[in-house]
Each structure stands twice: as C-alpha cells, then as structure tokens.
Design a protein around this ligand. Structure first.
Ligand SMILES: [Fe+2]
Length: 166
C-alpha cells in the first residue's frame, strides 16, 4: 500500500538515527507535509473565491498565509530525506494521509472561510505539537527547532484569522 510505503524508512540512516527513530519521525512528518499542501490549496481556494466588502483585505491576508504555509513544505520533506526516510511522491499520497479537510462548496461566505481556516491552522498547530513530541524524544534537534517556528507561524495565522472575524 502506498501509505505503508510512506511509513517505511530506509535501512541506512544518514542522519545517525536508529531505524526506529527514522520510522517514527517519518510517520510524524509525512502527514504534516500532506497537511501543509492541503492547507495551502485551501487557503488559496479561499483567496481566489473571497467575496464581500472586505474582499481586498481578506484576499491579501490569505495570500500572505498561503505563501508562509507553502514555504514549510520543502523543509519538512527534506528533513525526512536527511534522516533517511521516504517522503511523499504525489497528490494521491497527499490525499491519502492529509488531515485537513477539503471545502469544494461553490460559495462560502467570507466569515465562514476565515473561521474554517482558523480552525484548520489551530488543528495544524496541534499536529505540529504532536510531532514535536516525537522529534524531541528522538533528539532530532533540527526538526524540533523547525517545528517550534512553524507552531509560532500557525498560531500567528490563527490569531489574525480570529481577530479578523470577531
Ligand atoms: Fe492570487
């Protein structure tokens, strides 16, 4: 199965991690990578389909958020490769392991878009915290440090989305 393949780590671990740690870190990071691309495209979806009197502000804010989210993806995938794991290959694999739900509705009101993205960014931060437990336990300092930055970024996006809607 494709999903199983994603969780299999190479036997050689160039980062010096044990096979067990390579596997646990890979299992923590690949779903995060899928979430990044799912959240990226959803943020772009709402950027493209924004509506209402605050169109310009919201449209621009979501573009900033999308750029920041997209910037995380390559770092996650390359951390997996640096420690000797296998990362995602395709949109199909992203779809199999992502935890951010799609929203394909023809119309979504602006406030609903912002609230949904706030919840998604908070869920993403929670998933980052869970991955942080794994990378900390494995003494993967580099990934752990990156995750801390990504948590702050996700909390900042959630903060902006929250304050914009209340
Ligand atoms: Fe655009």
């Amino acid at each position: 199965m494709a999903t199983e393949t994603l969780h299999n780590a190479n036997v050689t671990a160039p980062g010096g991690f044990s096979p067990e740690d390579v596997q646990s870190i890979t299992r923590a990071l690949n779903p995060l990578l899928a979430d990044v691309y799912a959240l990226y495209i959803k943020t772009k979806n709402f950027h493209w389909h924004m509506n209402g009197p605050h169109f310009r502000d919201y449209h621009l804010m979501l573009d900033e958020h999308a750029d920041q989210i997209f910037g995380i993806g390559d770092d996650i995938a390359e951390r997996v490769r640096k420690i000797g794991g296998t990362t995602l290959h395709s949109i199909g694999e992203i779809s199999n392991v992502k935890r951010i739900s799609d929203n394909d509705k023809a119309f979504v009101a602006a406030d609903e878009m912002l609230s949904e993205l706030e919840a998604d960014n908070r869920a993403f931060a929670d998933n980052l915290r869970a991955a942080h437990e794994t990378t900390s336990a494995a003494n993967d300092y580099a990934t752990t440090s990156l995750i801390e930055t990504w948590i702050d970024q996700a909390e900042r996006r959630a903060w902006f989305l929250y304050e914009t809607t209340r």
